[in-house]
Design a protein around this ligand. Structure first.
Ligand code: BG6
Length: 369
């Protein structure tokens, strides 16, 4: 039931505040994060891990990339993401101090399941971040930290993605507390942000009408670029993936700093570029770098669509369109920034008369390797 929406994807985009609230619920107690499924693994084990490998495919891998920044910051342990289907072919260095976190909406993605099994055979502790109760991957894993986004029907993942980021952040905060690496201030601040998040996501959902107009007159666009820095980089990758998946448009996401090392050659008159601008309040240095990037591409004719924090007027002279989002800390920006990108892909797909929920050649869950 699409609940009055034109597509499941539209409905699921609007359900994101709830998806995040439900994922946090019960795991934030008196301002600190407690995940019983992790506690059951034993605090000693969590204190002793010296490396975390996140494995996932597609959108889930971008949630994983975003998770690396937060988990490293809070738990002070090196974290990397590997695509599930690449993982076991590289003879990965694993030990009993490695923690493997798989991220999968369906819990049935064969590439990810095979990677989890590979790790289990080598004595690695495995945690599954999954949206589907009792799916194969959480059943095979040592612990399951479920996202509670509710059933996701559209092939292109939206609410599962924000719930996955949320679950990874909760894991990071739990680990940081147990390992003694998370300061009281950071813990309190993160807890506040997690509580505020559903309201902020609701405001991000309200960007729909502005984005729909933008997509309407961009219906014949053949290529779109996305730029971001820090957590904005994987967010840019996700924005590009959404466009490829459902609007069949060539799209690429770049780390903003990489622009001058190659991609800037792509910028030509009228080339649309979405730029995810970090907050000038919480990340002034990154902000000024990204604003310079905007000036560089604008000078070469790019059509700049800037996604900024409300009140940031620094990009106004250089941007063709400005999408404003509520204020949050840098680590939480992707959860808000991805929403206009989801709307854009949806509206462009719809403007081209495509089936938003059932894109060609794709399946919701790929159960073959
Ligand atoms: C792809 C889907 O095949 O699998 C993507 O089209 C999804 O949307 C990816 O992100 C991973 O799926 P899952 O269920 O493992 O998160």
């Amino acid at each position: 039931d699409k609940g009055g929406w034109s597509s499941f994807m539209a409905k699921e985009i609007t359900e994101q505040p709830e998806a995040v609230a439900n994922t946090v619920r019960g795991r934030l107690v008196d301002g600190h994060v407690e995940i019983p499924e992790l506690t059951a693994l034993g605090d000693d084990l969590l204190r002793e891990i010296d490396r975390i490998v996140i494995i996932a495919c597609g959108t889930a891998s971008y949630a994983g990339m975003i998770g690396t920044y937060a988990i490293e910051q809070w738990a002070r342990v090196p974290v990397e993401v590997q695509l599930s289907h690449e993982f076991r072919y590289r003879d990965p260095v694993l030990s009993d101090r490695t923690l493997l976190i798989s991220v999968s909406q369906s819990g049935e993605t064969m590439d990810t399941l095979m990677a989890v099994k590979y790790a289990i055979e080598r004595g690695v502790t495995t945690v599954s971040v999954c949206n589907t109760q009792s799916a194969t991957i959480p059943r095979e894993s040592d612990a399951a930290v479920y996202t509670h986004a509710g059933p996701e029907v559209a092939v292109a993942s939206t609410k599962a993605f924000v719930a996955q980021i949320t679950a990874l952040y909760l894991i990071g905060l739990h680990l940081g507390r147990v390992r003694g690496t998370l300061s009281g201030d950071d813990a309190r601040r993160a807890a506040e942000q997690l509580e505020e998040l559903p309201g902020l996501l609701g405001e991000a959902v309200d960007t729909h009408d502005q984005i729909a107009q933008l997509a309407h007159w961009m219906a014949d666009t053949r290529s779109v670029l996305f730029l971001g820095r820090h957590v904005g980089y994987p967010t840019a990758l996700e924005g590009a993936l959404k466009l490829k998946e459902i609007a069949y448009i060539h799209a690429e996401g770049f780390a903003a700093g990489e622009l001058k090392h190659g991609p800037i050659a792509l910028i030509d008159h009228g080339q649309p570029v979405f730029v995810l601008v970090p907050s000038p309040r919480t990340s002034p240095l990154m902000h000024s770098k990204v604003v310079s990037n905007i000036q560089e591409i604008r000078a070469r004719g790019a059509r700049v669509i800037a996604i900024v924090e409300k009140g940031d007027t620094s990009v106004l002279p250089f941007a063709d369109d400005v999408i404003r989002l509520p204020l949050t800390d840098v680590l939480f920006e992707p959860l808000l920034q991805v929403i206009p990108l989801q709307w854009f892909a949806l509206e462009l797909s719809a403007a081209k008369g495509l089936d938003v929920d059932q894109p060609r050649n794709l399946a919701k869950s790929v159960t073959v390797e």
